[in-house]
Design a protein around this ligand. Structure first.
Ligand SMILES: [Zn+2]
Length: 216
């Protein structure tokens, strides 16, 4: 079992190439025949690993996990619970015995995080994972409000929903992760998997929902 690093967050990715335009539709009578190059569900899974099984995943954090971060942690987890998907994230458990859990949250800093506020480290078994640690950097000032990453201020749920998306098996829809050659669609730009530097992005959009439903 090896530890695999799969994340890094909230910096707006600068690169953006021109959208691939769809083939023009042809109107035949009242029927519209067209092909679009950008699929309605364009989420990306390149390089990511998903859970070894579906079902309910229970995350635990130590009782010293800051109380001010707990609502955002729960919100970022449970956003992924969607009808039609076999995956569920239970509300976090706070326990002094958290080491027994394979899926954990830690309010600490790991050097592999670099300047990122959040980080997802999975316990990879082949092409799947069985758990890991979600880090929230104690080098940031955490708020339940608009974040400003360059100023060292991070919104809890915005960061958590993104990192849990990595545990779910989703990549950044655009650089540096995604290399599937599809266009960078409007839905992808609005996805929680597209990191933002300022503001909040706490709730799944259509692209994220399509992704979790397809994976589980
Ligand atoms: Zn990320």
């Amino acid at each position: 079992m090896s530890i695999s690093r799969i994340s890094v967050l909230p910096v707006v990715r600068g690169g953006r190439k021109a959208l691939v335009l769809g083939v023009a539709g042809t109107v035949l009578g009242t029927a519209l025949v067209g092909i679009t190059a950008s699929p309605a569900s364009a989420y990306c899974t390149s390089g990511m690993v998903k859970w070894q099984s579906s079902g309910t995943k229970s995350l635990a954090a130590n009782t010293n996990f800051p109380s001010g971060l707990r609502n955002g942690l729960k919100g970022g987890l449970t956003q992924w619970n969607r009808t039609g998907s076999g995956l569920r994230y239970a509300a976090p458990t706070y326990t002094g015995g958290w080491q027994i859990y394979t899926f954990r949250a830690s309010y600490s800093y790991s050097s592999v995080m670099g300047a990122a506020p959040g980080y997802a480290a999975t316990q990879r078994v082949g092409s799947r994972h069985t758990g890991g640690t979600l880090y929230l950097s104690n080098r940031f000032r955490w708020v339940n409000a608009s974040q400003d990453i360059s100023a060292g201020k991070a919104d809890v749920q915005t960061v958590v929903v993104h990192e849990v998306g990595h545990f779910t098996g989703l990549a950044h829809p655009w650089r540096p992760h995604c290399s599937d050659g599809t266009a960078y669609t409007a839905a992808e730009k609005a996805s929680v998997m597209t990191a933002i530097g300022t503001g909040t992005r706490r709730n799944l959009n259509s692209d994220d929902i399509a992704g979790v439903k397809a994976l589980y």
